[in-house]
Design a protein around this ligand. Structure first.
Ligand code: BGC
Length: 361
């Protein structure tokens, strides 16, 4: 069987031959990859030329956004899973003796399948332990590969909700829906639109595309208002009336962060959902970001990865959207390709592409 791997000192992924996994041991399941998402993290691992290899290995098998199907169940599963069940694996696994929730651990305290020190899911078959698999209803099979990136956004939104009710009381967002700004038109931005739309929050998407293009129109079909970044003034006339209560920063761009932060209203919160793996020193008016944050009680919150509850919330969002407009959610997956054709997408992006999925191995 073949998988897609990153090698040290190489920017281009390669197909590697792997021995098929053995039968599952107690507590394990053998799964087949039905759908595999390609994401910015895969591209950045390749760009860095320094994949975090599993001990003793010469390459890292890529792939962390996955919809799998259970093929064989190991002993002692007590009916928890059966062959044919659909599952989404969680990415991060805590090293022994960690005390925090895995998604809150410090670098060095965990592995991540397909990212840090453990092979991922781009192979047709893989083994995993039951505690790392989240059951997926068959009704959302077509789009469940989006659950992992959506769980990452769900974590950010959930933390924002917790923090706001801790400092403003339950009457803050539960009572009055926050005005949301989502920056970007990539897969994380679309996941953010799904998460805030499922909550019924008014959402504006800010992007560089013209409003009459596919991604901008899809954001609108999913209920968001699209705004061209180039039409954004340097500052709002009044951040309280023209601004936002929650900014979901989905571009990972420091430019966009600095440009949008004056639009946070009082007690507003910006969640940073992405960043560059190779941060470059730049010149920005950070003093203005600080001044606004102090005067207006802003919170800036970095988040990574997701807890189990966030995967469940992501699946709930997908169920909601599949009932409401299944075709528009499915349109976020702009390409479905066999493994050989998908290789190109690890180093290139098509204009107007959002999520590329490998569906034949
Ligand atoms: C994944 C997260 C992971 C993060 C950092 C993201 O692409 O979705 O699960 O924690 O990369 O490695």
């Amino acid at each position: 069987m073949f998988a897609i791997a990153a090698f040290p000192d190489q920017q281009v992924p390669r197909k590697v031959a792997l021995a098929p996994p053995v039968s599952p041991a107690a507590g394990q399941l053998l799964c087949r990859t039905r759908h595999l998402g390609i994401c910015g993290t895969d591209r950045e691992i390749l760009l860095s030329r320094r994949p975090a290899l599993p001990p003793g290995e010469e390459f890292l098998v890529l792939g962390h956004e996955c919809l799998g199907e259970v093929v064989e169940v190991g002993p002692d599963m007590n009916g928890r899973f059966a062959a044919g069940d659909l599952v989404v694996p969680v990415v991060r696994r805590a090293l022994p003796h960690s005390v925090r929730r895995p998604d809150m651990l410090a670098p060095g305290e965990y592995t991540e399948r397909g990212i840090f020190f453990e092979h991922g899911f781009s192979a047709p078959y893989w083994l995993d332990r039951a505690e790392y698999l989240v059951a997926v209803p068959a009704s959302i099979a077509d789009v469940a590969v989006l659950a992992e990136p959506l769980a990452v956004v769900e974590k950010g939104v959930h933390e924002a909700e917790l923090l706001q009710s801790a400092r403003l009381g339950e009457t803050a967002w539960p009572a009055a829906a926050p005005r949301v700004l989502v920056t970007g038109l990539g897969p994380i931005a679309f996941a953010a639109v799904l998460a805030t739309g499922a909550r019924g929050w008014p959402t504006t998407v800010l992007g560089r595309d013209r409003p009459d293009t596919f991604r901008a129109e899809l954001a609108a079909r999913l209920g968001a208002t699209y705004r061209d970044l180039r039409t954004l003034p340097a500052e709002p006339a009044d951040a309280e009336t023209d601004g936002f209560d929650l900014i979901l920063e989905c571009t990972g761009s420091d430019d966009v962060l600095v440009q949008t932060s004056p639009f946070l209203a009082s007690c507003g919160l910006m969640v940073w959902l992405g960043s560059s793996r190779v941060p470059q020193a730049r010149s920005h008016n950070l003093a203005l970001v600080m001044r606004n944050a102090v005067i207006r009680n802003h919170l800036h919150l970095g988040t990574v990865n997701a807890a189990l509850r966030d995967f469940q919330a992501a699946l709930d969002d997908l169920r909601f959207w599949c009932r409401r407009s299944a075709a528009d959610v499915a349109a976020i997956i702009t390409e479905r390709l066999p493994l050989d054709e998908a290789l190109w997408h690890y180093t290139h992006r098509r204009p107007q592409g959002i999520k590329c999925v490998v569906d034949q191995f």
